[in-house]
Design a protein around this ligand. Structure first.
Ligand code: HEC
Length: 463
């Protein structure tokens, strides 16, 4: 059965997930990286011989851990729930497949969430109230639990790009659960885990710079220098390792998907670079700028480093993170679950059946009687195209099809339907599935958007 599509005008439903997810990643990966930053900083502080300096460091860490608790505990958790809400509405089919496969993975994930949230609160509220060694241990328990949340969610996220041959062999048979571990430790699991761990480490540094930039450089120059310099160092590992990890990651992605890197997929006047390649360039340029800003503004002049500098670094990190997640999404096209389910929820092995029975044969959402909620053509558009296109906003079909007449639009849809092996659209679009009637209904609906019927002549009444 196909579900009615959640139609978000202008933005498209994909971006609803995208925006929430990018926001969530910025915070949740900080929750992991910061989880290591805090106990390491605390341990470093405890080893400072000079009592006054040690007290300054610790006071700064107390206020930083409050910021950390609020940011991760409030915004991280709310946005995490927001992702569930959005994917359930936007991608019921894919969400259902993920839940069926990974329900125990998520159950374990939630156990770690509870440990994570509890220890973050205990860590903050027990500063100077319990034995310092025990306090540090609480910090390490937090770090371990939050890293485990990444270890688990990474299996599910990377699965969507590369489910792996073992799982694909049993997909749809009801025996998927026996391949849980193959699906979990899928081909991109390890490179993705290392990449994300690097991002976590850098985000710990980036957010710590926000906090360190607010130390008054005139009053506490030594403290500010020490903390700014130490935080900058957290950016280093990822800038060394990320390029290699990205190559490893891409190497594990099926060649058909990797081809998107070299294909000029932004259709009209695309030039030579594909979207994925251009996004990769943005990541490289923003990352290089972060290194520059961090080195010249923070490392070289720590006392002068102020909040707007730190916010600039955060903004660049946001662009790099958003680009990274967007590139991963693009790489996955035309699938939501690699080689198994297309982005519009159609399962690959069901294509032939839908082509003989019709797309709307099993839907409950179109009534052919008088109480139609939407026309057959619109229902097909929403179901088959709406996950990636809008009519007039993001990837607008009205514009992409502009200039074509009804016959021409019909030819295009037929081409998408026939899905010949040499069709360039195969790389990023699923086939249009359904019977001849469906092709015609969709054509008529889209034609009415592109070439709206001329308004009827108004007849003057008193002639
Ligand atoms: C997996 C996501 C996805 C789905 C589902 C999808 N498309 Fe696309 N489509 C794309 C992408 C990506 C592009 C290239 C975007 C661009 O050029 O901005 C594209 C481009 C197009 C173009 C422009 C082609 C050209 O050569 O100029 C048309 C027309 C189009 N799609 C129609 C459709 C129709 C009709 C459907 C539903 C039957 C559909 N698409 C479903 C992702 C998708």
């Amino acid at each position: 059965m196909n579900y009615p599509f959640w139609d978000i005008p202008i933005l498209g439903s994909g971006w609803v997930i995208g925006i929430i997810a990018i926001f969530h990643v910025m915070i949740s990966q900080f929750a992991v990286g910061g989880g290591f930053y805090l106990p390491l900083a605390e341990r470093k502080a405890m080893r400072i011989a000079d009592l006054e300096t040690r007290i300054d460091w610790l006071a700064q860490l107390v206020s930083y851990s409050k910021f950390f608790l609020i940011l991760t505990g409030v915004f991280g958790t709310i946005s995490g729930v927001g992702i569930w809400f959005a994917i359930g509405l936007t991608h019921p089919e894919a969400t259902s497949t993920l839940i069926h496969n990974f329900v125990f993975g998520w159950a374990i994930e939630w156990v770690f969430f509870i440990v994570e949230l509890t220890t973050a609160a205990v860590y903050y509220y027990t500063w100077n109230r319990i034995d310092p060694k025990l306090h540090l241990t609480v910090g390490w328990v937090y770090a371990g639990a939050s890293f485990c949340t990444l270890v688990i969610i990474n299996g599910i996220l990377s699965f969507m790009l590369t489910p792996g041959d073992a799982w694909l062999a049993v997909a749809g048979t009801g025996h998927e659960a026996f391949k849980f571990w193959n699906a979990f430790f899928n081909p991109t699991y390890w490179p993705s885990l290392f990449l994300r761990t690097c991002v976590c480490t850098s985000l710990a540094g980036v957010w710590a710079l926000i906090s360190a930039s607010r130390i008054d450089g005139d009053r506490q120059p030594a403290l500010k220098t020490a903390l700014v310099k130490w935080s900058v160092k957290w950016l280093v590992p990822s800038f060394v390792a990320t390029p290699f990890l990205m190559i490893w990651y891409l190497f594990m992605v099926p060649a058909s998907q990797r081809a998107l890197l070299t294909l000029g997929i932004d259709t009209i006047g695309a030039g030579t670079f594909s979207t994925v390649t251009r996004i990769a360039l943005i990541i490289i340029v923003t990352s290089a700028t972060i290194v520059g800003v961090a080195y010249y503004l923070a490392y070289r002049n720590p006392v002068e480093f102020n909040l707007s500098h730190a916010l600039a670094v955060l903004l660049l990190a946001l662009i790099a993170t958003a680009s990274g997640e967007y590139a991963r999404e693009m790489l996955r096209k035309p699938y939501v679950i690699g080689r198994w389910m297309f982005s519009n929820g159609v399962r690959v092995p069901y294509v032939a059946r839908i082509n003989s029975e019709g797309y709307l044969a099993h839907t409950n959402w179109v009534w052919n009687g008088s109480t139609t909620s939407y026309s057959r053509g619109e229902a097909i558009y929403r179901g088959e195209c709406g996950s990636c296109h809008t009519l007039n906003g993001y990837r607008p079909l009205a514009q992409l099809l502009a200039g074509r007449d009804s016959a021409n639009i019909g030819n295009f849809i037929t081409m998408l339907h026939d899905y010949k092996p040499d069709s360039p659209y195969r790389r990023f679009m699923p086939p249009m599935v359904g019977v001849k009637q469906d092709v015609d209904d969709l054509t008529n609906f889209l034609n009415a958007q592109v070439n709206p019927p001329a308004p009827a002549k108004v007849l003057t009444a008193n002639k």
